[in-house]
Design a protein around this ligand. Structure first.
Ligand SMILES: NC(=O)c1ccc[n+]([C@@H]2O[C@H](COP(=O)([O-])OP(=O)(O)OC[C@H]3O[C@@H](n4cnc5c(N)ncnc54)[C@H](O)[C@@H]3O)[C@@H](O)[C@H]2O)c1
Ligand SMILES: O=C(O)[C@H](O)COP(=O)(O)O
Length: 643
């Protein structure tokens, strides 16, 4: 259903802004947000008559200051395309701007060119570093990534330099899924190895030469090459085999759909996706350990996050069926590559087919790449003609839109918030995102996240409290840590809907001070399991609440336990028997690893009964340190949560 809202926007001039290209926006403009065309990369956010705006920093993946700019009628902007881009996208760009396609630039050449460019378009092969933004001296207004991952763009530097970053998150999904299936089938039938052996045995140049002039000898050489290895390359069938898809998002679900068509039994692990989405495709969602231990094939489709980094490692390979086969078209970092080599050498893993690597390109002497049971491709998942045309159009539209002053739904570092609203809500906006980030890390089990209920406690009249920004930030906090998506104010509701996340809001009047907009925000994840059972409230929901104290967000409720810990760093939650000495023991373990405690709070049911200890820490404790905390006798469960 179409919806439209209007809000006032106060625009601030950024020091990074140059005046050679767009001119300056008026201080107050009318912004209208229409969601009537959801699949479009632009959801219709336009700044009427606008010339320049500052985008506020609203969270971790949105790194702060960014600019909205508008092309002046007289000058055509300059767009540098640094990696090959589909013709359809180039054509759109050329209609609007001067386009310079310069590929394989050295870092120095790139730095020289961006100083003359209003926009830069790249794929994953160009490192857009802080030095690049600095070299542009504020001229660069938008970086377009023709694809999903923005690992190669320094987002923090982009934001600090007032540069918007947009990507193309959907157009290469099918290509990646097809590549996954190609690798799976090719690996099962040893296509790459067999092909290489035939060519190596014959010696192609000789064959061509001799074949042309001496046909009979060529045939003899062919046989004598003895690389007609019909016995060596006996494959394995796919039908009836179990494929475990790890990460049931856009690509993973398309891989599952195709594997079902090949007659495979498909299971999946994804703690955050609604179970119904998997069931609709006839796929069962299972716990991680089950997925990896029963699978004949494991295909990886999760984003690279702190939780998924090296998720396949010595420990997890040891749990797999002997002879399992691994496919990775996600990100190299989700596999511990040294551990994979060991698992291949000891036969735990029969074969692997990899499109992505921890370092790209991988070192020339990489044992993994050279392993005879490994098939590799140079990050080709998105490389089909169709996908490249698709991402080219998607990114070109977003870049042109940004240069015109529109905010793309695919903006990666730019949730835009009216500044008079943000000035009052700023700490609550941070609280909302942090509560979202914390609560999603508590999820476990197979049901996935479906319902999110947000309760705002406020003394204000409901008309005086616009919760759209808070809702968007909660959505951002929940979705970004677990997906390849970036959420901004424009796409938040749409993104939540796409992921099957239903967000309901409730306002509760509290008789407190109307000076502050909110007394507290409480978030419930309904019908979902938790890896920290104490986070489940009496209603069975994972529940967290927080409030702002002296401008600083605090976590004040976990499940049914009242606590109070400032949300300025990471948090360790422990449930323990309430007895003397626990705080000291945990503090000592953290101190030994030089992890600084910035806040500590205990919430308990009754003296000497169960308690929750919440510890705010500045650094991230190592695995060994967390293990030692878990081994303290009085501690019944604990969890480490990253802000
Ligand atoms: N090789 C290529 O050329 C290519 C092309 C496109 C995408 N990709 C990569 O593929 C990956 C998936 O992309 P997508 O578009 O499907 O992303 P997506 O965000 O749509 O899906 C990712 C899924 O992983 C799930 N997930 C998150 N943490 C998890 C965990 N710990 N365990 C299990 N599941 C978890 C999420 O809930 C989500 O459903 C990304 O890393 C992306 O960069 C690679
Ligand atoms: O993140 C992506 O979109 C894929 O990994 C593809 O990257 P590429 O555009 O460099 O092929």
């Amino acid at each position: 259903m179409a919806s439209s809202v209007t809000a006032a926007l106060t625009l601030i001039r950024s020091p990074a802004m140059t005046t050679n290209f767009p001119s300056i926006l008026p201080i107050s403009s009318s912004v209208s947000l229409s969601t009537s065309r959801p699949p479009s990369p632009f959801l219709g956010l336009r700044v009427a008559g606008a010339r320049e705006a500052t985008i506020s920093d609203l969270g971790r993946k949105s790194h702060g200051q960014g600019l909205l700019v508008v092309a002046s009628a007289s000058s055509r902007p300059f767009v540098l395309v640094a990696e090959k881009l589909g013709e359809a996208g180039l054509s759109l760009l050329r209609d609007f701007a001067e386009v310079d396609c310069s590929y394989n630039l050295s870092p120095e050449e790139l730095r020289a060119k961006v100083a003359q460019s209003d926009a830069l378009i790249v794929r994953s092969g160009t490192k857009v570093t802080r030095e690049v933004f600095q070299a542009s001296k504020g001229r660069l207004k938008v970086v377009g990534r023709a694809g999903v991952g923005i690992d190669n763009v320094d987002l923090q530097a982009a934001t600090e330099n007032g540069c918007l970053v947009v990507n193309a998150p959907t157009a290469n999904t099918i290509a990646a899924a097809e590549h996954g299936i190609a690798l799976l089938s090719g690996m099962a039938r040893n296509i790459a190895q067999a092909d290489a052996s035939m060519k190596a045995g014959i010696g192609m140049p000789i064959l061509v030469y001799v074949y042309a002039f001496w046909n009979l000898l060529a045939v003899n050489m062919y046989a004598a090459g003895s690389k007609w290895l019909r016995n060596k390359y006996v494959g394995t069938s796919l039908v009836g085999k179990t494929l475990a898809v790890l990460g049931f998002g856009k690509v993973g679900s398309e891989v599952a759909r195709r594997a079902k068509g090949l007659g495979m039994h498909v299971i999946a692990h994804d703690p955050y996706t609604p179970a119904e989405k998997a069931h609709a495709l006839g796929v069962e969602l299972v716990p991680f350990d089950k997925a990896i231990s029963v699978a004949d094939f494991i295909s990886l489709h999760m984003p690279l996050t702190p939780t998924t980094a090296k998720v396949l490692n010595d420990e997890t390979f040891a749990k797999m069926k002997k002879g399992v086969r691994i496919i990775n078209v996600a990100r190299g970092g989700v596999i511990d590559e040294d551990a994979l080599v060991r698992a291949l050498d000891n036969g735990t893993v029969a074969q692997a087919a990899l499109d992505v690597f921890t370092a790209e390109p991988p070192p020339k002497d990489s044992k993994l790449v050279l392993h005879e049971n490994v098939t590799v491709t140079p990050h080709l998942g998105a490389s089909t003609v169709e996908a490249q045309e698709g991402v080219a159009v998607e990114v070109a539209e977003a870049v042109i839109g940004a240069l015109k002053g529109e905010l793309a739904a695919t903006a990666v570092n730019a949730p835009m918030v009216p500044s008079e609203v943000i000035s009052e809500l700023a700490p609550y906006v941070i609280l909302a995102e942090r509560l979202g980030r914390l609560i999603v890390q508590l999820v476990a089990g197979q049901s996935g996240i479906k319902g999110v209920k947000v309760v705002y406690r406020s003394a204000r009249n409901p008309d005086d409290l616009d919760t759209r920004i808070l809702r968007a930030m909660i959505t951002k906090g929940i979705i970004e840590p677990i997906s390849s998506l970036f959420v901004n104010i424009v796409n938040a509701d749409y993104t939540a809907k796409q992921r099957g996340l239903r967000i309901s809001e409730e306002r509760v009047f509290v008789d407190s001070c109307t000076e502050t907009p909110l007394d507290s925000i409480q978030i419930h994840l309904t019908n979902v399991g938790s890896k920290f059972a104490s986070a489940l409230s009496d209603s069975g929901d994972i529940t967290l609440a927080g409030r702002v104290k002296d401008g600083v967000p605090h976590l004040t409720l976990v499940g049914s336990f009242s606590i109070d810990v400032s949300l300025e760093g990471n948090v360790i939650l422990c449930r323990n028997v309430d007895q003397p000495g626990n705080i000291g023991k945990v503090g000592k373990i953290l101190g030994e690893e030089n992890v600084n405690i910035n806040f500590m709070s205990v919430g308990r049911t009754a003296p000497k009964e169960l308690a929750i200890m919440a510890i705010g820490v500045d650094e991230e404790p190592g695995k060994g340190t967390l293990k030692k905390i878990g081994e303290i006798q009085a501690i019944e469960e604990f969890v480490f949560l990253k802000i």
